[in-house]
Design a protein around this ligand. Structure first.
Ligand code: PMM
Length: 280
């Protein structure tokens, strides 16, 4: 498994637990909205087996509008500081350079930008200066109108090629190649078929030569897979077993980390994947 400059090394796929400090996130919106509850949630995820915790203050659910900078800072920074003070490895989920920089100052050790640096021209220089790992996710535009951009000839080839271009831009902007993590951005300008094709072709994503983060947790494509005869998908919070199934697949295929809202089943899944991989 590739090492990632600046983060602990895990001997298996890492489990990234999610704390969304938002009133409206896709799957857990409103539940961890005050600082104390959010820090406690992060610590509970660690107790359940999370290796690192991803803290975000802006919902990126399909159709979501943006939160303003002051509000995002108010949501995120105290939670990052609280978790880092407890010794937790913290990642910050933000598209804003100012939030990323303040979060790193508060103890975050990874910047997870769903726009891969496209949303804020200051992001790449800020992360380069902070010298922390950076998640480059495949992204074609803000959530408010991303559904219209879910148009591909061959989704796997196009996502790999767009990620390669983005990685080159990020490196040209000063972020060391050994600090980059890549992510296909499941559900971002993608329909269920696109997401499934990407999960089925993780090997092609490995060709980019960087650690791979997979964030399938509770997403619409899982609801689509699980929908019964009447076509009604289970609610987001009822998709955790399906999420763990993707975690096992991703871990077995060599993903660096999986990002999930409920950690326990995924913590087991990545251990089973490691054991099966070792017996291969
Ligand atoms: N998805 C969401 C939020 N952050 N970060 C990365 N790197 N990759 C993702 O696919 C991703 C992300 C949206 O999910 P949520 O609002 O349900 O947590």
């Amino acid at each position: 498994m590739s090492t990632l400059n600046g983060l602990p090394e895990w001997d298996r796929c890492a489990v990234m637990g999610v704390v969304n400090v938002t009133p409206d996130s896709f799957s857990d919106g409103g539940r961890w909205f005050d600082t104390t509850a959010a820090v406690k949630r992060g610590l509970d995820l660690v107790a359940d087996g999370a290796d690192l915790v991803d803290v975000g203050g802006e919902s990126t659910r399909p159709g979501a509008s943006r939160v303003d900078e002051e509000e995002e800072l108010r949501r995120v920074i105290p939670v990052v500081r609280g978790l880092a003070a407890e010794g937790v490895t913290v990642s910050v989920d933000t598209m804003r350079a100012s939030v990323a920089a303040r979060a790193v100052a508060a103890g975050a050790t990874l910047v997870n930008d769903v726009s891969g640096g496209l949303a804020d021209p200051e992001m790449v220089p800020a992360v380069a200066a902070a010298e922390v790992p950076f998640v480059v996710m495949h992204w074609r535009g803000f959530s408010a109108d991303m559904a219209g951009r879910a148009v591909y000839g061959d989704v796997v080839t196009e996502v790999v090629s767009e990620l390669r271009t983005r990685m080159e831009a990020v490196v040209a902007g000063g972020i060391a190649p050994e600090r980059i993590v890549i992510d296909p951005g499941l559900g971002f300008a993608k329909d269920a078929g696109h997401d499934l094709a990407l999960v089925a072709h993780l090997r092609e994503l490995h060709a980019l030569g960087r650690p791979l983060l997979i964030a399938a947790s509770r997403k619409r494509f899982l609801g689509h897979v699980l929908a019964g005869d009447e076509g009604a998908p289970p609610r987001a919070r009822e998709r955790d077993a399906a999420t763990a199934a993707v975690s096992a697949i991703a871990a077995y295929e060599g993903a660096w980390a999986v990002r999930v809202h409920e950690v326990r089943a995924t913590a087991d899944a990545v251990r089973v994947a490691r054991a099966v991989g070792a017996a291969r």
